[in-house]
Write a protein of this length. Sequence first.
Length: 382
Amino acid sequence: MSPIYLDYNATAPLLAETWQKLEPWFLNKFGNAASNTHSLGWQAADAVKQAREFFANHIGASDPSEIYFTSGATEGLNTALKGIWASYQTKGKHIVSVKTEHKAVLDTLQFLETQGADISLLDVNKNGEIDLQELANAIRKDTIAVCVMLANNETGVISNLKPIAEIVHQKDSILVCDATQALGKIPVNVDELGVDVLVFSGHKFYAMKGVGGMFVRRKKPRVKLTPLMHGGGHENGLRSGTLNVTGILSMFYSLQTITTSLAVEMEQQTKLRDYLEEELKANFDVEIVAHKAARLPNTTMAIFKNIKADKLITKMPDFAFSMGSACTSALPKPSHVLEAMGYSETESAGAIRVSIGRNTEREDLVKFVEGLKRVMGMLSVV
């Protein structure tokens, strides 16, 4: 039997409804969206156009041309940050971000430092929140971009982006947002948030892996990005390469399905998350990370005292959960997110992340807590 899946922030299964709609596009409607001489190509191009229009409407973009499709959030963030770096060096070489960003941001910024960029990373408090005054002080005349994620992939902490955007724009800079964990879990509107570039990834909201997208604002401000890849001029010259039609449609179909019941799912997942956290606190010596902060309804990061999370996970093969980010969990290092929030290496070693989804039931969490009780006595003290 498959393990009980509690790692939806790592990836989510393709929706059955999406697969039913997608199957013909794999078998019969397989045209290249750039083929403009026959019906199969026109059919694919029209489907991509519909998907682009849907995403623009869903996130409040003013024009479908502001939506670009990529292979995922990592490519999108590289395109955004490297593209801004290449386009705005006449203004400056300074970029501001946050110590708790995903490695797709931090590693990209580290690379840009080797190219001459000046990078400033903001601290966060115990709730994973930045200080707005520190942000304002960090932005200089030569600051070309500020990058702040909407929802943290490990802790679920949601950034209050509106006042951040106001500060960034008052300083005449560009706000880049990694919305990978937010889209499909909470409402996302680029104008309400005030973001200028927003990046997302399909497999986080029950679409296919290897496909994603980005919003790039065209007016007030008009953001200019130098392309990361060249070769054919696809996506208005920003992202060359044959469009992943089936992947794009998987995002369209899945997000369309989720949107119809998002408010209900948020309420249900919040209740399940709160139930889990109460059970953890009642039965174990545990701390819920950032429990006072605004968080995603599906995410719990818990630190067990005197227990190593890697040993805990090893002894619970009937459950799929993680120590943190799926992109960094293979690295033998403590969570950089928890470190930035002030936790020690020993405390971080006891941290697990449980992220639930639309298929999670209360009984799954009951079994998970029972499983924790069974293995706790077998684990050695750190």
